[in-house]
Design a protein around this ligand. Structure first.
Ligand SMILES: C[S@@+](CC[C@H](N)C(=O)[O-])C[C@H]1O[C@@H](n2cnc3c(N)ncnc32)[C@H](O)[C@@H]1O
Length: 331
């Protein structure tokens, strides 16, 4: 216990300690939300998501819709993603071969995604853990980072948000775009096949109310730069919601994996997990978010999913330390 307290004092800045103390004293939920509340919100989100069934298609017939989706699943198209033969063995399996992301019951057919019902559960977790509600998405500009096959993008749109989604893997961005067009919501949903690092320009400044950033930060080689780009993309008073693979440590540590460490799956099936760079502890994420400019930062270890969750607000356009920064010209 004494060792823990000393380690905490040693590893935390005074401000961070104050934030943590405040978070402890506040009569809030525990670091994982009440099961019943999560279930209630998940049910509501599931209900909203259910509009995306073939009966709701606007611009395409159910048959054409199903044929197009099924023609993409399992496709290997590394040339279209811009990879040369010599660099292929270092590329992410999921970038080379098309895998479906989130579960989706289209009515006539159902797709099991690699990430299951994550799109629903994640949002329910954010809403129960942090000061944000379903209604807060209505009529808001939401920046959806790393949309994969669009489950999250469609869900956010079903809450009444205008969604700008980006995805570095072209085939997934195209699928998300296809879904938005097919369901007639492409006026409210824009999808670009770009990386978060392509968003460091004036056209992205002060543009969004919410940055939705789950499942991506540990896939990034420069998480601080990405956070700063996303900070700049928020309007003052906008919020960021982050979820990440993580390590359950008190200290502000990141584990480095790199592209040569794989999880489950096989090379033959091109379905291995991995391709993670820095995997943060909650306090490491906290420090990164503070460095990037965020205030009101809360991070926590979410025990039910063994992942890290984070929340922060852009209170003002503060500066960032330029020393050693990979892009010192950044705003
Ligand atoms: C684990 S999935 C998470 C999908 C979804 N955001 C979620 O939380 O369920 C990560 C996605 O982020 C994409 N991604 C990784 N690095 C990216 C980058 N630099 N810019 C945009 N998307 C990226 C991946 O291609 C993948 O589709």
């Amino acid at each position: 216990m004494i060792k823990q307290v000393i380690s905490k004092l040693y590893n935390s800045s005074p401000r961070e300690l104050l934030h943590q103390l405040r978070a402890r004293l506040r009569p809030t939920k525990p670091s994982w939300a009440d099961d019943g509340e999560v279930r209630r919100i998940s049910d509501e989100l599931r209900r909203r998501f259910s509009v995306y069934q073939v009966s709701g298609l606007k611009t395409i017939s159910p048959q054409e819709f199903s044929d197009y989706i099924h023609s993409k699943i399992g496709q290997v198209d590394y040339q279209a993603e811009g990879y040369a033969d010599y660099e292929l063995d270092r590329q992410r399996d999921l970038s080379i071969k098309f895998h479906w992301g989130h579960n989706h019951d289209f009515g006539d057919f159902r797709l099991e995604g690699r990430m299951g019902d994550r799109h629903i559960n994640l949002l329910a977790n954010f809403i129960t853990l942090f000061p944000i509600s379903i209604e807060d998405f209505e009529d808001k500009d939401v920046f959806d980072i790393g949309c994969w096959t669009g489950g999250t993008t469609l869900l956010l749109a079903s809450l009444g948000a205008r969604v700008f989604a980006i995805e570095e893997v072209r085939k997934y961005a195209e699928m998300t775009s296809f879904l938005a067009k097919s369901f007639g919501i492409d006026e409210r949903v824009t999808v670009e096949p770009i990386s978060v690092y392509d968003c460091n320009s004036d056209e992205f400044y002060d543009r969004f109310d919410i940055v939705y950033f789950p499942g991506v930060i540990y896939h990034l080689s420069d998480p601080l730069l990405a956070l700063r780009i996303l900070f700049n993309s928020l309007r003052v008073s906008g919020v960021i919601l982050i979820e990440s693979a993580g390590i359950n440590r008190e200290e502000p540590f990141c584990r480095f994996d790199g592209s040569l460490v794989y999880g489950t799956g096989t090379r033959e099936r091109l379905d291995r997990s991995g391709w993670n760079w820095f995997v943060p502890s909650p306090s490491a994420l906290y420090r990164m978010m503070r460095e990037a400019g965020f205030d009101e930062v809360e991070t926590l270890w979410h025990r039910p999913t063994s992942r890290v969750y984070g929340y922060g607000r852009k209170v003002s356009q503060v500066g960032i330390c330029k020393a050693g920064l990979s892009v010192p010209s950044i705003r």
